[in-house]
Every structure is written in C-alpha cells, then in structure tokens.
Design a protein around this ligand. Structure first.
Ligand SMILES: [Zn+2]
Length: 211
C-alpha cells in the first residue's frame, strides 16, 4: 500500500497492516519509506536541439502505434550523439494482448539482446511519458544510462482514469530507481511544453468509468 507525497513514498507491506474493527487498515504503521530526489519540469530551452528533435519523433512513434491499433505510447533508443538506434511503439494488441508490450519494456527487451550492459549505460531512451513500474524495472535490469521523457503520469491519469486497459500506477519512476544501486542514472523530464501534443493522441481514446 502506498502513501505518496512529492518526494517520499511510504510502503506498508500488506502482511504488516493492522486492521481495525471495520476491516480497514491502520495507515499509521510505516514499514518502509523510500526517499527520492523529485525531478523538476524541464523547459524546451533547457534541452538540446537533438533532445527536442528526438522527443518530437517519439510523439510520431506514439501516433504510428495508435494507427496500428495499439495504445498511443512510444519511445526510441539513441546514442549520445543523437543517432537513433531503435524505435518502438506500444505493441500490446499487435502481440495479441501481451500485457508486457509497453513500448519501453519491448525496447529494452530488444536492445538488451543487441547491446551489452556496458554499452547500454552509454545509451539514452527518449520516452513519451514517465515509465511505469514494469518498464522502469526493465530499464534498470537492462542497465540503461539515461532516460528523457515528456509526460507526467498524473496528466496521463486524467485521460485514462481507471480504464482497465491502462489504469496508471501512481508510483514515480524516480522512487523505483532510488531503490536501486545506480544513483548515477540520469533522469530528465517531464517536459510540459511537449506534453499537450502527446496527450492529444489520448483524447477520447480511454474510457474511465466516471466519464
Ligand atoms: Zn510500462
């Protein structure tokens, strides 16, 4: 169970929860607290021309995934000079409902079969949004050195709500990476000036129950 504020995630293991007479959890018992460095919103003027070009390409990849009947998410892998090495859109429907078909996890799966962990540390993933727990895990295990992303999870949630196809996780990727052993991994994002363009692809796409 999670309690979230800007820079701290408190995790209470289900086995440690104390239930009151109504069967509700006593949330005062903290079992584990994750402290992480909160990111800051990045302005386009703070990014290089290459970064902006690659992030705009990511939005095109999202649109291409949507056109193919997948969910409008996408990412790419580049070297430190901005050369695109791999591109990947969401492929869940293309892969017959494979729930691991998030663009970032799929990209990491492919990239880790081509690049060594040492090589991956020198590469950069450009991503449409803040990665979920699964994709953050794939980046961690694949030894990705740098992530640049556009959208905020909180913004996406306004569109997806509780749609069963994408009930977003309110768990910041920075909190996940903070649990690891790689404090030097670079994280850049969100980039609000590009977020609107990305979110246009999600307008009317999801159907939360409160709609
Ligand atoms: Zn994901």
């Amino acid at each position: 169970m999670l309690l979230i504020d800007a820079e701290t995630v408190t995790i209470i293991a289900p086995s440690e929860l104390i239930l009151n007479e109504k069967g509700l959890a006593d949330m005062s018992k903290e079992v584990m607290k994750i402290q992480y460095e909160a990111g800051h919103e990045v302005k386009l003027s703070e990014l290089s021309e290459t970064d902006v070009r690659l992030l705009r390409r990511v939005i095109e990849i999202c649109a291409e995934a949507k056109e193919k009947g997948n969910y409008p998410f996408g990412c790419l892998l580049a070297d430190r000079n901005g050369n695109i090495l791999m591109e990947q859109g969401n492929c869940e429907n293309e892969h017959k409902g494979d729930c691991t078909g998030h663009a970032e996890t799929e990209l990491m799966r492919r990239a880790s079969q081509v690049y060594s962990k040492e090589e991956m540390w020198d590469l950069v993933m450009y991503n449409c949004g803040e990665p979920c727990a699964m994709c953050s895990g794939a980046m961690y295990w694949g030894n990705l050195g740098k992530l640049v992303y556009i959208g905020r999870e909180s913004t996406l949630k306004k569109y997806t709500g509780d749609d069963i196809r994408n009930p977003t996780l309110a768990l910041p990727c920075r909190a996940i990476f903070a649990c690891g052993q790689k404090p030097d991994m670079e994280l850049v994002g969100p980039v609000p000036e590009l977020e609107e363009e990305f979110m246009k692809l999600h307008e009317g796409f999801w159907h939360p129950s409160e709609e």
